[in-house]
Design a protein around this ligand. Structure first.
Ligand SMILES: [Zn+2]
Length: 113
């Protein structure tokens, strides 16, 4: 059972309790986004274990939230939900204009697997 840590609570209180793009408010799918990108690289530098999901602190925001708090909540971060973060990752470098409504998706009757 997951619960909201004090660290994440403090960080969300500062950067926003809801997604800055869509307003989604379930903290379980909210995290802190580097507005200008590079978040994973930055976290990897701060916490070498970040990408190692088998180690404590290797996953989730704990050490990162602590770092933000110790830094006095530096600018350049925002609260994003999982969906908006995923969409941002996919559109980064391409602008926001490449969203394709499902109706416009090309129909592929055959796939080569
Ligand atoms: Zn969102």
């Amino acid at each position: 059972m997951s619960s909201l840590s004090d660290g994440k609570r403090l960080v969300l209180e500062h950067y926003g309790r809801v997604c800055s793009r869509c307003g989604f408010s379930d903290w379980r799918a909210l995290w802190i986004d580097h507005i200008n990108g590079g978040g994973n690289k930055h976290r990897a530098e701060l916490f070498p274990n970040w990408v190692n999901r088998d180690k404590p602190g290797g996953r989730g925001g704990g050490p990162f939230y602590t770092w933000l708090i110790k830094q006095g909540f530096p600018p350049g971060y925002q609260t994003l939900c999982a969906n908006c973060s995923c969409i941002k990752d996919r559109t980064e470098g391409y602008g926001e204009g490449d969203y394709v409504p499902p109706d416009d998706w090309p129909v592929q009757l055959e796939m080569t697997l």
